[in-house]
Write a protein that binds this ligand. Structure first.
Ligand SMILES: Nc1ncnc2c1ncn2[C@@H]1O[C@H](COP(=O)(O)OP(=O)(O)OP(=O)(O)O)[C@@H](O)[C@H]1O
Length: 122
């Protein structure tokens, strides 16, 4: 079977990311939070380890949102009818995004709250 060159595959992947950003409200919310965390990260001078944790979490949440969108598309392609398996597929994919977002918020609080408190108590 014909295999696309690497630059074309990269183009498809980037197009998938752009389509998800255009179509999905949730990924826009994640991107806004990511942008705010990056600004706060510079303001509070995060350590290398703290940056690595933040970057890992950005990648995790956004990747899971992309996979969630892919699963929604495949389910809709398979059936427009109500089906319990379609519900499980969509709900569990959304649940994966939720778990990663909750973990990110908790870790974000662990990183930033002590820094904010030390600023306030100066
Ligand atoms: N074919 C189906 N069969 C059964 N339940 C479905 C089906 N399609 C959607 N649902 C239910 O409706 C919910 C919302 O589905 P929808 O396709 O609108 O996702 P969405 O609201 O666009 O999700 P997101 O907010 O992540 O983009 C699903 O999580 C699922 O519980």
């Amino acid at each position: 079977m014909h295999k696309d060159p690497f630059y074309k595959s990269l183009g498809y992947a980037i197009s998938g990311i752009i389509q998800c950003i255009q179509k999905e409200r949730n990924i826009k919310i994640h991107l806004v939070f990511m942008f705010l965390v990056i600004i706060c990260g510079f303001l509070f001078r995060l350590s290398i380890t703290e940056w690595l944790v933040c970057i890992l979490l950005f990648g995790l949440v956004i990747s899971l949102e992309l996979v969630n969108t892919a699963i929604e598309a495949v389910v809709d392609l398979c059936t427009q009818e109500y089906h319990p398996l379609a519900k499980i597929a969509k709900d569990t994919a959304a649940g994966a995004v939720l778990i990663s977002a909750i973990a990110s918020v908790v870790i974000g609080l662990i990183i930033f709250v002590p820094k904010i408190l030390s600023l306030v108590s100066l």
